[in-house]
Design a protein around this ligand. Structure first.
Ligand SMILES: C[S@@+](CC[C@H](N)C(=O)[O-])C[C@H]1O[C@@H](n2cnc3c(N)ncnc32)[C@H](O)[C@@H]1O
Length: 231
């Protein structure tokens, strides 16, 4: 999928996105829980860049716990960003947010941030060099020593681990009686549209993007998360 097709796909999924994600909530909740502790040493007036902020789940989580922090939501899908904006208004933190409909490279006048989140986003770069450039643009938006938390689907495709985990994923998404057809459909969609790489390779790509070697802090099924400081 190119960027326009991906944006269109997320526009179409925006309504009901959060409800669907709730099915897998326990898989992701550990990342949010860790976020608050990974970022806990940041200053009282920290600025957090949320790349691919989606409907605002991670911003909402952090905004409730750090009442003075400011957030820059970068999101190409207008549908997803609208829901993020409405949520920020309903939950009372919209005055602490900048909402940028677009990509990081079209965001002008950004002062360097203290931290960045990039949750389930870099996996959509099918080309590894594009993925490195993406991490580079995040690094440029951070202060030296600024902290990145990144998560993605990650495993060695074709391994025993991968087939066990993708079966588990299909069951968690669709219930216990999952046909092998359903697993095959998920698998083919991912092979086409998502770059699922082994963890060591993702760590290396983040490093090449201008960060210290990332540390994996989390894994639940096929989702892994890493923490890395900007060089
Ligand atoms: C799977 S969703 C994750 C949303 C949110 N981070 C979360 O964890 O709930 C991926 C999001 O990244 C956005 N996205 C895709 N490519 C992007 C890019 N190059 N830069 C910024 N956001 C992007 C999509 O529009 C989508 O909203």
């Amino acid at each position: 999928m190119n960027q326009d097709e991906l944006k269109e796909a997320f526009d179409q999924q925006a309504t009901g996105y959060e409800e669907r994600q709730m099915k897998l909530a326990p898989v992701y909740e550990g990342i949010y829980f860790q976020l608050q502790w990974v970022f806990s040493g940041l200053p009282d007036n920290a600025r957090i860049l949320c790349v691919g902020s989606g409907v605002g789940t991670e911003i909402s989580y952090l905004a409730k716990r750090f009442p003075n922090w400011r957030f820059i939501a970068v999101e190409p899908s207008g549908g997803m960003l609208d829901i993020c904006r409405k949520r920020a208004e309903q939950e009372g933190f919209s005055s602490r947010c900048v909402f940028h409909e677009g990509y990081l490279d079209s965001l002008s006048g950004l002062e360097p941030c203290d931290g960045a989140t990039c949750l389930m986003v870099s996996q959509f770069f099918l080309d590894k060099e594009d993925r490195v450039s993406f991490f580079q643009s995040i690094a440029k938006s951070l202060k030296p020593g600024g902290i990145l938390v990144s998560s993605d689907l990650s495993e060695m495709v074709g391994s025993n681990e991968y087939s066990t985990l993708i079966n588990l994923w299909a069951k968690m998404l669709h219930g216990s009686n999952v046909s092998s057809d359903t697993v095959d459909k998920i698998h083919s969609a991912w092979l086409k549209d998502v770059a699922i790489l082994p963890p060591e390779e993702i760590k290396h790509l983040i490093h090449r993007g201008g960060f210290e070697l990332a540390v994996q802090t989390y894994q639940a099924c096929l989702v892994r998360a890493w923490v890395a400081r900007r060089l």
